[in-house]
Design a protein around this ligand. Structure first.
Ligand code: MN
Length: 538
């Protein structure tokens, strides 16, 4: 019997069935052979990269197929192995996953159902690929480093955030920041560890006081201190014009309790322990963030007047905050809440793809994605009480498109909290929005001036492009008729042979295209009319 193929570290994959581990080992050997002789910029054998990507995905407990695809993900692009060979050897789903990793703007979604788990797996595969490339970015040229780091900061980190993968989000941000601004990163991370050392005692005392107070109130809780991320410190300094010590003189604590009532009990007893800072309290349990994040946030005035930021949440909310929708794979407690979150996430991934489908231009697509991922959001309600989250500055038109494309295309007015308002009205947190539609209504080009969401913008553009073309062609036809009339002719007199000749001269592919060009003023009707006449006389 031939010796079984072994993975370099099989313990990482121990959560899989033995059958899947064996398949994985086969994929590993296949990939190793295909990449034989190739090295990474660092000088490491190429196989180290796909293996690392598979190990990242194994930390998230992804299924065997996704891990096989991870091992094989660069094979079709960098070696002579084809997609068909992968499909024959490892099955079609694995080949499809491999195919999807290449570029963000090349994910293909075949159908709505397909877009669900499938695209989520593809997205996680891409994110794991990006994470390992970021961890090893030091080896590439400075120019490439900057480009990849910027792309990570602008696209991949926000996607991780949107999917609720918090540790991944922060790691991508920290790595991207360290490559974009190496000097600032170095100074700030030094200062951060120095500050941590100086304040260890004070932090320990505060955490102990919190633990004691909760125990006195009979609340079972786990209490942790929170590490500050270098990049979020930097952002706060820039955005709020604060010095390092002003940002860093705030320390974070996290309280994890058993259930939701305990969250509010804990809140009450902590407010009795330290005075809360007015205006800093946020209840993301009652109104979760768009990515499903839930917690209570409150800022307290701690010992020596030092502010303490406290997050209070249940164990389940904590797992969701750590691994987002992926917690479905990590922890099989498939509750109502989780599946609602997954539905939301799938809807979001689906809308990304719709936008891609309509715009067709990768650059435009990425622009849209960036706008959509901008974290500032407002939460508003439909007349039936459903919560929708929209980017800050979104208007009633954005809301209409968020509800349904047809509602957007046919909206004529809006009511906010029962009052009739203009469509351009900006929405505010908690608004109840109702859209009034009319069957004959259509999108107005002026809306493009104030819509904020990618969905509204791309739908309006799409509609206008189609409309404009038809209207221009109609206008072109009238212009040509007039021009012909001036020459004592008419459209009816032009036969097919004549049309063909005129189109050949003008380089248009269809009559419609020629007429639309006339309507848009790209060509002059009189000139076209004369060409025809000259030819007829000739
Ligand atoms: Mn790769």
């Amino acid at each position: 019997m031939a010796a079984a193929v072994q993975l370099p570290d099989p313990t990482r994959f121990a959560y899989l069935k033995p059958k899947d581990v064996a398949r994985l080992a086969e994929a590993y050997r296949f990939s190793e052979a295909a990449h034989a002789g190739q090295t990474r910029q660092s000088g490491d054998p190429y196989i180290s990269h796909p293996l690392a990507v598979a190990e990242i995905l194994a930390e998230w407990h992804l299924d065997g197929q996704t891990l096989m695809a991870a091992l094989l993900h660069d094979v079709t692009e960098d070696t002579s192995v084809t997609k068909d060979e992968i499909s024959d050897t490892f099955g079609r789903p694995v080949a499809e996953l491999v195919d999807g990793v290449s570029k963000l703007d090349r994910i293909e979604f075949q159908s709505a159902e397909d877009a669900q788990a499938e695209n989520f797996r593809k997205m996680l595969l891409k994110l794991a690929d990006r994470l390992h490339n970021m961890r090893t970015l030091g080896a590439v040229s400075p120019a490439k480093r900057r480009r990849v780091a910027r792309e990570t900061m602008e696209i991949y980190a926000p996607i991780a955030n949107r999917l609720g993968l918090n540790p991944l989000y922060h790691e991508l941000q920290e790595l991207a920041f360290s490559h974009l601004y190496p000097g600032r990163y170095k100074v700030l991370s030094k200062a951060t560890s120095a500050a941590r050392g100086n304040r260890r005692e004070m932090i320990g005392k505060t955490l102990d006081a919190i633990k004691r107070k909760l125990a006195e109130s009979d609340i079972r809780a786990e209490v942790f201190g929170r590490e500050k991320h270098v990049y979020s410190t930097y952002r706060k300094m820039i955005e709020k014009h604060l010095s390092f010590s002003e940002v860093h003189d705030i320390f974070g604590a996290r309280v994890v309790v058993e259930d939701i009532p305990a969250c509010y009990l804990a809140l009450g007893s902590l407010h009795a322990l330290y005075k809360p800072i007015p205006g800093k309290f946020k209840d993301y349990i009652a109104i979760p963030k768009a990515n499903g994040y839930q917690s209570i946030h409150t800022d307290l005035i701690g010992p020596y007047g030092i502010p303490v930021e406290v997050q209070i949440r249940t164990g389940q909310m904590h797992r969701l905050a750590e691994s987002g929708v992926a917690s479905h794979w990590l922890y099989k407690d498939d509750t109502e809440k989780l599946s609602e979150l997954q539905k939301q996430t799938h809807r979001w991934l689906q809308s990304l793809l719709e936008i891609q489908h309509q715009s067709g231009d990768p650059q435009e697509f990425l622009e849209h994605v960036k706008v959509d991922l901008f974290p500032d959001e407002v939460y508003v309600f439909t007349p039936k009480g459903r919560i929708l989250s929209l980017p800050r500055g979104a208007t009633a038109v954005d809301f209409a498109y968020a509800v349904h494309t047809d509602i957007g295309n046919r909206c004529v007015a809006a009511k906010i909290n029962g009052e009739l308002v203009a469509l351009r009205t900006e929405l505010r947190n908690g608004d109840r929005v109702e859209i009034i539609t009319a069957s004959h209504a259509k999108p107005n080009p002026g809306w493009l001036q104030y819509v904020r969401t990618a969905k509204a913008r791309s739908n309006i553009r799409h509609f206008l492009k189609t409309m404009q073309y038809e209207e221009s062609a109609g206008l072109g036809e009238r212009l040509l008729e007039q021009a012909l009339k001036a020459l004592k002719s008419s459209l009816a007199e032009i036969d097919d042979a004549n049309w063909d000749r005129v189109m050949r001269d003008s380089g248009s592919r269809t009559r419609e295209e020629l007429l639309a060009d006339l309507g848009l003023g790209k060509r002059l009707a009189a000139v076209i009319a004369k060409t025809r006449r000259a030819r007829v006389r000739a």
